[in-house]
Write a protein that binds this ligand. Structure first.
Ligand SMILES: [Zn+2]
Length: 285
């Protein structure tokens, strides 16, 4: 499942490819993915202010910005965006291609050949929405702070929230209302690096440990972005490349191996809130 680093990579690549171009066409191979596709709004963008201004990430959402509307894409479990240069009639749709957006491409030799962004999603847990720009705030009102950009004040605020929490620390950092984009892999890795027991109550985590945890989350996510993300099952970026960060995992998927830090403990796997939690049974307290 794509987590924050993988989504961030897709966002950066899409930015390089389509920002500044105009949305001129669309193709829907089906009416819905996880939710119905807002075909009418897509058409309004095409016929109205269709220049793509910016693409950014909020939590694990890809926000594609036009003057009046935003197209919002979530990759779900298996979603991906790829490109096709040329007429769509010359493209043979792959299995699970659901939707395509055609953009002008001034760099192409033949300017009548658009650049297509194609959304593919075998399991269809992803979706593509469109909203009015003024609804952006309310759309994301349930989402907490962005981990990569957290400043000291935001860390203090999150710690205040943590002290009131009744959940284990791993659940706390994976709750999107508190902090976004910390998926299972990165939660396990950051808790290991901070030396914190994932089952410990959040309210019992001391300030210094909490600050260390946030710093490990940031570092881990940033490193994962540099390494192209983690390809656990089938994640591919826009250029159809896999990531390599899974090779850097210290505890995730390392059940029954010796702890790489204390060398005396074992990495164990326990199910926590329905997800596998990997941790060292000796050096995380
Ligand atoms: Zn250990």
């Amino acid at each position: 499942m794509p987590e924050l680093p993988e989504v961030e990579i897709v966002v950066r690549q899409l930015n390089d490819i389509v920002v500044g171009k105009k949305l001129i066409d669309k193709k829907l191979w089906r009416k819905d993915i996880r939710f119905p596709l807002p075909e009418k709004i897509f058409q309004k963008i095409i016929e109205g202010e269709n220049k793509l201004i910016d693409i950014h990430r909020r939590a694990k959402f890809i926000v594609i910005e036009f003057a009046e509307y935003l197209i919002i894409s979530h990759l779900g479990m298996t979603g991906s965006w790829t490109t096709h240069q040329g007429l769509l009639s010359q493209y043979s749709p792959k299995k699970h291609d659901h939707l395509a957006f055609g953009f002008t491409d001034n760099k192409a030799k033949d300017k009548s050949k658009p650049l297509w962004l194609i959304y593919n999603d075998p399991r269809r847990f992803g979706f593509v929405h469109a909203i009015r720009k003024q609804d952006l705030k309310s759309y994301f009102s349930d989402y907490g702070v962005e981990p990569l950009e957290m400043n000291d004040q935001q860390i203090d605020e999150l710690f205040t929230l943590a002290q009131k929490s009744k959940s284990p620390v791993k659940s706390f950092i994976m709750n999107q209302k508190n902090i976004v984009g910390v998926g299972n892999i990165y939660a396990c890795e950051a808790l290991f690096l901070a030396g914190i027991d994932p089952f410990k109550l959040t309210s019992k985590v001391k300030k210094t440990s909490f600050v260390k945890l946030i710093s490990e989350i940031k570092k881990n996510l940033s490193q994962a972005i540099l390494k192209g993300g983690s390809s656990i099952k089938n994640y591919r970026n826009v250029n159809d490349e896999a990531g390599s960060f899974q090779k850097s995992h210290l505890v995730y998927g390392k059940e029954k191996t010796k702890c790489p830090r204390c060398k005396s403990g074992l990495i164990v796997r326990k199910v926590q809130a329905g997800r596998s939690t990997f941790f060292c049974n000796a050096c995380q307290s």
